[in-house]
Design a protein around this ligand. Structure first.
Ligand code: MN3
Length: 237
């Protein structure tokens, strides 16, 4: 139900003028529960230079991420999924639910991506995450090479992920467009993402033009392993 419908129904059902401000307040509180918002970055748009330039960060965060978020909020209303978590939405979205799929993915993917960047990043993982990365990929260097190669190989727009899979192992997965490894009705390989890199041209083209490989090298300089460790800790306890 959108605001206009609410106003119409309120009028028809004879809510008195005196009660209306209270009803509207309640409606707004309910509406806020189901509204996804773009988290603030926590640093300025120029803070990741020279690795990611100011204009790319500004447009990517304030236009692209905001755009996905606004369209997700509309899609949630259209599908009557108010109050559901983004994780629930992605796990249940169908291939044919184009608006929810693209914008739900766009919201989740960008939320994770921007939260993983920092001008003062932890340069490498430690503890259980490091141990499992080394166990699954041989070494940190081997993991980074494999991840970068996967990201370089994405044809067109998409994402490369480090996921925790159902076997309790870490795995590298790529998805097209704004698809996400949580979308079990959409993607072939599933898992819970703990790290994701955006390889859409809007993520790097202003500064790197066609040289995606240079952006992939720069990404490691601003990736905060503390964030990745926190995602992993939530899963492994
Ligand atoms: Mn993007």
């Amino acid at each position: 139900m959108n605001k206009r419908e609410f106003l119409r129904i309120s009028a028809l059902s004879g809510i008195g003028m005196g009660l209306f401000p209270e009803a509207m307040g309640q409606f707004n509180r309910l509406s806020q529960l189901s509204t996804f918002v773009v988290p603030s970055l926590g640093f300025s748009y120029d803070a990741l230079q020279p690795f990611i330039d100011e204009e790319t960060m500004r447009v990517h965060h304030s236009k692209h991420f905001q755009g996905y978020t606004d369209k997700l909020n509309q899609a949630v209303l259209d599908k009557s999924m108010e109050g559901k978590s983004i994780e629930f939405i992605l796990q249940h979205v169908e291939e044919s639910d184009v608006a929810l799929r693209n914008n739900g993915g766009g919201y989740y993917n960008h939320k994770m991506f921007f939260a993983s960047l920092s001008p003062d990043p932890k340069p490498s993982p430690e503890g259980k995450l490091l141990a499992l990365l080394e166990a699954n990929f041989g070494s940190m260097e081997a993991f980074k090479e494999k991840f970068s190669n996967a990201a370089a190989s994405v044809f067109g727009s998409g994402w490369t992920w480090l996921v925790f899979n159902t076997q309790g192992q870490l795995e590298i997965i790529s998805t097209p467009n704004q698809d996400n490894p949580l979308m079990s009705n959409v993607v072939k390989e599933t898992g819970i993402p703990i790290l994701g890199i955006d390889v859409w041209e809007h993520a790097y083209y202003l500064h790197y033009q066609n040289k995606r490989s240079e952006y992939l090298v720069a990404f490691w300089k601003v990736l905060d392993w503390k964030f990745v460790e926190e995602q992993f800790e939530k899963l492994s306890g």
